[in-house]
Write a protein that binds this ligand. Structure first.
Ligand code: HEM
Length: 410
């Protein structure tokens, strides 16, 4: 007799996995994805049991992750995305987060320590660590058919309620002022700017829990990207040559453009080998058979990054291309392209927590901090496009710059 877990695993994991189809989406001409390709529920369906006890998304009852929310469910001007991103702006990295990253890169702490310390200022218990290891193993293996993956899924799903309760407990400590250096945690900004605890909260405790669990998927790209970069520095002469020149000649100098030489080097590493292969969208069926596939569109990042419509010479490894590339701060582009409104009005959002930081969005929807624009070309897609672009872009570039500084120092 199959156990209750095995029955649910077959129905909620193996069956959706078998029925999932991913279709190639259009390579964008502009740095945005059509709104008809939605973010609502845009996570491979066999993974929901890692985020929700009920195996399926329950954004209203249990909490939501911005990653899987359609634009129209995020509040005015993409508000929930802005609250999420208020915890990841460049000012916070130098002041509060770098020490945690350095301890990790120096081997004084491990990935679990880094992850939970950044999110909640807490050290994971043995149970939370066991959950994290099982969760990561499921993500690292494509197929849930493998017996080892099924066992890891069972561990993660069984421990999920306990981990949600643990996150809730750490959040209460944070709100009660019992967490040392609360400003060094993401949840501090989500709580303060999202009105946590207030009647009109944009970010409730359930949202914080689901957001942490989603980030467990997202942040797994850090060690992967770092390893990939180390391998390219070992094996690719052009990349190593640029690295040596960049580091030897004041890598952090401000030389007129929005990006330093080291920023540009990291950006070119990510353009030429994006750690994230494509942006995932759900499709709205106009007509579908009774047993329709679970259909997604994938907007391929490497195809966009190397499309000759965007770069006259996409092939060479050339960080200098970002000295002249369009940025999110160039607000005349949609009009020049003949577009009236695309699709959201730029709207400043001074972060409510009192820091002198204002988030706004580009004419194509990319949210960014005023004074720290991002390259906003359809030819630069490692962090996705438009209103759904990665909020952790600056944070990730800062992390990878520290990886490179260590390599240079060694
Ligand atoms: C190498 C590191 C990373 C890469 C390459 C990356 C890439 C991306 C991409 C391509 C998207 C857009 C997905 C889509 O439109 O379907 C995205 C969205 C997102 N990423 Fe990242 N990411 C990274 C790290 C992180 C980290 C560390 C976090 C959080 C701690 C994070 C949080 C998110 C969130 C919340 C979204 C959803 C944004 C939205 O829909 O508005 N990412 N990321």
């Amino acid at each position: 007799m199959p156990s209750e877990f095995d029955r649910r695993y077959a129905a909620e994991v193996l069956e959706p996995y078998r029925r999932t189809a991913r279709y190639a989406g259009e390579t964008p001409t502009m740095p945005m994805i059509d709104l008809a390709l939605s973010k609502e529920g845009a996570l491979l369906p066999h993974l929901w049991g890692l985020l929700y006890d009920g195996w399926r998304p329950e954004p209203v009852l249990a909490g939501a992750t911005v990653f899987a929310q359609a634009y129209e469910h995020r509040g005015p001007d993409n508000r929930r995305k802005r609250i999420l991103m208020s915890a990841m702006t460049p000012d916070l990295y130098d002041r509060w987060y770098r020490a945690k990253v350095e301890a990790y890169l120096d081997g004084e702490t491990d990935y679990d320590d880094l992850f939970w310390d950044l999110h909640l200022g807490a050290k994971a218990t043995a149970e939370v660590r066991e959950f994290g290891a099982a969760f990561d193993l499921v993500l690292a293996h494509a197929s849930p058919d493998e017996p080892g993956v099924r066992d890891a899924y069972a561990t993660a799903h069984e421990r999920l309620g306990e981990v949600q309760a643990w996150i809730g407990g750490r959040l209460r400590e944070l709100l009660d002022g019992r967490t040392p250096a609360p400003e060094a945690t993401f949840a501090h900004y989500w709580a303060r700017n999202g009105g946590l605890g207030g009647a009109a909260a944009d970010f409730g405790p359930g949202d914080v829990a689901v957001e942490c669990l989603h980030d467990r998927i997202a942040m797994a790209q850090w060690p992967v990207a770092a390893r990939q970069i180390e391998a390219r520095l070992d094996g690719d002469d052009a990349v190593r040559g640029w690295f040596e020149r960049t580091m030897a000649e004041a890598p952090d100098r401000r030389d007129g453009g929005p990006f330093t030489p080291l920023d540009r080097f990291v950006m070119e590493l990510l353009r030429t080998a994006p750690p994230n292969p494509g942006s995932l969208s759900t499709l709205v069926a106009r007509k579908a058979p009774a047993e329709d596939p679970v259909a997604f569109a994938v907007t391929d990042h490497l195809a966009a990054n190397t499309d000759p419509r965007h770069w006259a010479r996409p092939e060479p490894f050339d960080p200098e291309r970002y000295s002249t590339a369009p940025t999110s701060a160039d607000d005349g582009r949609s009009a020049r392209a003949g577009l009236a409104r695309c699709p959201f009005e730029p709207q400043p959002y001074p972060v409510p927590d009192g820091r002198p930081v204002t988030l706004t969005n580009s004419v194509f929807g990319a949210v960014y901090p005023v004074g720290a624009p991002v390259c906003d070309s359809a030819g630069y897609a490692p962090f996705g496009f438009g209103y759904r672009r990665c909020p952790a872009e600056h944070l990730t570039v800062a992390f990878l710059k520290d990886v490179l500084r260590r390599r240079w120092a060694a």
